[in-house]
Ligand binder design. Structure first.
Ligand code: PEP
Length: 262
């Protein structure tokens, strides 16, 4: 398979930064990347702010013609109606949101989102022209009982049950034990699971779509370890939590091709 995939560095802010803070943050991040002459066609960068920030960030990106991508952290499986507190993919599309996280482990565990909810949300994203960033990953317990790949691969099969093979998706392999723990997987561990996920994609969507799909690694990524992950053939970027809230650190992660000797 020829690799034509543009790496994606995605910053998941989680429940951090209000809409005023988000404007200052995105401005500084964009300046920092501009100063460094960052080439967004070589490495795409996107931020995933809380819902209440999205309109502010969209307005800024649009007004200043910034090349940062915009993502949301969740969406409703439904399109509209009596779903108090939910946010429709239709509304996100109208705000020029391109990506949406689906199945993040914090949603799976704290909001009891099982594989069928994840599949319905992936389908909703597709209906509204959003690219779902489908998060899969094993817990420490799964790792011990089933090895690293079995659970993420099963989650990926389930997540894609309701969309056509032509649907554009991004997959994020995030071992749950590595998220927010400071203990990242090794590059070899990440590659092993990302390769298994790509093989699963070959079965589900075919060789060409599998070759075109970006698979990210997530879990305690920082500037000091990003280059090691990006050397692996099946790792096409990173989903970054904590380190995405530090402008210099995140900009440095985005600029991983310039890291030397790491
Ligand atoms: C995440 O929440 O998706 C994540 C990868 O977090 P962290 O980078 O902080 O481990």
């Amino acid at each position: 398979m020829v690799n034509t995939r543009t790496p994606l560095i995605a910053g998941n802010w989680k429940m951090n930064l209000d809409h005023l803070q988000s404007i200052a943050f995105v401005q500084k991040l964009a300046w920092s990347l501009k100063d460094a002459k960052h080439d967004y066609t070589a490495v795409e960068a996107a931020v995933f702010p809380p819902f209440t920030d999205i309109r502010s960030v969209q307005t800024l990106l649009d007004a200043d013609k910034l090349e940062l991508g915009l993502g949301a952290q969740d969406l409703s499986a439904a399109d509209s109606g009596a779903y108090t507190g939910e946010v429709s993919g239709a509304f996100l599309s109208k705000l020029d949101v391109r990506y949406v996280l689906v199945g993040h482990s914090e949603r799976r565990t704290m909001h009891a989102e099982d594989d069928s909810v994840v599949a319905a949300k992936v389908a909703a994203a597709h209906r509204h022209g959003l690219v779902p960033v489908i998060c899969v990953g094993e817990t420490a317990d799964d790792l011990e009982k089933h090895g690293a790949s079995a659970v993420p691969v099963a989650q990926l099969h389930a997540a894609l049950a309701e969309v056509p093979s032509s649907a554009e998706i991004v997959v994020a392999y995030e071992p749950v034990w590595a998220i927010g723990s400071g203990q990242a997987a090794t590059a070899e561990q990440a590659e092993q699971v990302c390769a298994a996920l790509r093989s699963a994609l070959v079965e589900i969507v075919g060789v060409d779509a599998a070759a075109a799909t970006r698979i990210l690694y997530g879990g305690s990524v920082k500037a000091a370890n990003i280059a090691s992950f990006m050397r692996e053939p099946n790792v096409d970027g990173a989903l970054v939590g904590g380190a995405s809230l530090d402008i210099d650190e995140f900009a440095s992660i985005v600029r991983f091709p310039h890291h030397v000797g790491t």
